[in-house]
Ligand binder design. Structure first.
Ligand code: PLP
Length: 367
């Protein structure tokens, strides 16, 4: 079976380095918010071209803490996309603010600027822009849009580790970037982990208090925070895995190139080409097909695992049915949810695996 992720197939050198890192942490006798976390925070912020990184428990908390550090809360509105992981919207709701859902661009599945502009109100305080599937696009336009309305741009970079456009990296376009290091992400820990990156020292300080019960100095709590501390074990593992990220990203790009060149089937549409090679890190390679379920079943029969990102847009999830949204509707998100399919695209795939996926997709004959 060709899997969507295959961690057991990772290089033995990486596995050995992770074991060493784990040993180092066990022997250090210090397990939460210590030297490993500081080292990783610095390295990741540097990789993003930013001054500050604040390690947190997961990607969802990173978004919540980013919003709360900016003072977003009850009575405020935050524009985002219905075509995302539930965590994006749940993070907004947990701040007390109200998510407002704009539709996606049908070509890219990213938030549509036109639709977002129809969602702005006097209460809008921020946009959470999701770099879906690993692609960053139109960043000048988003920066200008947010500046024009006087609202904060927060980047949800959970799927776009170090994607870059015009020499700027995901997370550095807006005021704060929020990353997840869930194991299946392009840079993944061996459990939950996340980080906030920013160029703003005050926001970084506030975020580091919020992640630790709102504590400023030991046992003093000027505000109510949460417990979302990054632990030493995950940070040590991330430091090792970070060394492999450039090669792993390169392999994802090679796979994507092979898919773009090789997939030729009138029923299957490849994703839009990226704005530049560096602007997509192919966390996911998502095709669309009018008979998606049949394609998925066919690939399964051919020993190819696929997933759907995402089968139910946020506004169709029970707790989110009454969220305000683009008055023109969210039809592009609904259509995408019905037709999208993620093909295997991970660094451990062999050339033979890639050829097998292409041949299987091309031999699909519709319903
Ligand atoms: C786009 C997006 N945002 C946020 C998250 C939340 O990250 P985590 O699972 O680390 O909380 C994810 C992960 O699934 C994601 O894909």
């Amino acid at each position: 079976m060709i899997l969507m992720n295959d961690f057991k197939a990772e290089p033995p050198e990486l596995q050995a380095a992770m074991l060493c890192a784990a040993k180092r942490v066990i022997e250090s006798g210090w397990f939460v918010l210590g030297k490993e976390v500081s080292a990783f925070e610095q390295q990741w912020a540097l990789a993003c071209g930013l001054g500050y990184g604040v390690g947190v428990g997961n990607g969802m908390d990173a978004i919540e803490i980013a919003l709360r550090a900016l003072g977003v809360g009850r009575g405020d509105e935050v524009i985002t996309t219905p075509m995302t992981a539930f965590a994006t919207v749940l993070a907004i709701i947990r701040t007390g603010a109200t998510p407002v859902l704009a539709d996606i661009d049908p070509q890219t599945a990213l938030l549509s600027l036109d639709s977002a502009s129809r969602c702005v109100s006097a209460n809008t305080k921020a946009v959470v822009l999701v770099h879906l599937y690993g692609q960053i696009r139109e960043m000048d336009l988003w920066v200008a849009f947010c500046a024009n309305y006087g609202i904060a741009l927060i980047e949800d970079c959970a799927q776009a580790h170090l994607a870059s456009l015009n020499d700027k990296t995901a997370g550095s376009f807006g005021i704060i970037g929020a990353y997840s290091f869930y194991p299946t992400k392009n840079l993944g820990a061996l459990g939950d982990a996340g980080i906030i990156v920013t160029h703003d020292e005050k926001l970084a300080v506030r975020a580091s208090q919020l992640r630790n019960y709102g504590q400023s100095v030991r046992y003093q709590h000027p505000e109510l925070g949460l417990n979302s501390r990054l632990d030493e074990m995950q940070a040590a593992i991330l430091l090792e895995r970070l060394k492999w990220l450039p090669d792993f990203t390169e392999r994802r790009r090679q796979i994507a190139t092979a898919y773009f060149d090789g997939i030729k089937n009138p029923y299957v549409t490849c994703p839009a080409l990226p704005e530049s090679r560096s602007a997509h890190v192919y966390h996911l390679f998502v095709v669309t097909c009018p008979c998606r379920d049949a394609l998925q079943a066919y690939l399964q029969q051919n020993q190819i695992q696929t997933f759907i990102h995402y089968p139910i847009p946020i506004h169709m999830q029970e707790p989110c049915r009454n969220l305000r949204h683009d008055p023109f509707g969210l039809v592009n998100s609904e259509r995408h949810a019905d037709t999208c399919l993620s093909l295997p695209c991970h660094p451990q795939m062999s050339d033979e695996d890639i050829a097998t996926v292409i041949a299987a997709v091309n031999s699909f004959q519709g319903k």
